[in-house]
Design a protein around this ligand. Structure first.
Ligand code: 4NP
Length: 153
């Protein structure tokens, strides 16, 4: 799960996905990172912590880190929040196999539409709305990559 700062959107994406992985006892691992390094080592934004908490998800163990090229080897899927993240990560791809791993996270829920998860950092787009989009997208990840008979919340 990748965004710009790794303090607002991708920590929520990680937290929601981790919650569902645990719920469905899947043998998956999820992590998150930012394309930028400004917030490395920091806790998620307090607004992300709060919205996650309201939905019963604790993300306070997370600390921001920057995406690194080795992450292409560690993960099968690199899900980015917006088209700017997509361009930045695509630039780091070493080959076509790396590039094929990258997708906009909302394309899992709404295929081919290239919908961005808007950056909520400056407050124009709400954190609850971000949570709802990521909840929808992570359900779609489950539907696509886990067994078909999963029950969702
Ligand atoms: P995020 O939000 O990419 O969802 O973590 C942002 C966090 C910090 C900044 C920008 C976006 N920033 O400019 O510091």
């Amino acid at each position: 799960m990748v965004c710009l700062g790794n303090i607002c959107r991708s920590p929520l994406a990680e937290g929601i996905m981790a919650h569902k992985i645990k719920q469905h006892q899947l043998d998956w691992s999820v992590d998150s990172a930012g394309t930028g390094a400004w917030h490395v080592g920091n806790l998620p934004d307090s607004r992300s912590i709060e919205v996650a908490q309201r939905h019963g998800i604790d993300i306070t163990h997370q600390r921001a880190k920057q995406f690194e090229t080795k992450d292409f080897d560690r993960y099968d899927l690199i899900l980015v929040m917006d088209s700017s993240n997509y361009q930045n990560i695509n630039r780091l791809a070493r080959n076509d196999a790396d590039k094929k791993k990258i997708d906009l996270i909302m394309n899992l829920a709404i295929p081919g539409r290239n919908v961005n998860v808007p950056d909520p950092y400056y407050g124009e787009f709400g954190f609850e709305k971000v949570f709802e989009m990521l909840n929808q997208a992570t359900n779609a990840v489950l539907e696509q990559y886990a067994q078909k008979n999963l029950q969702h919340n």
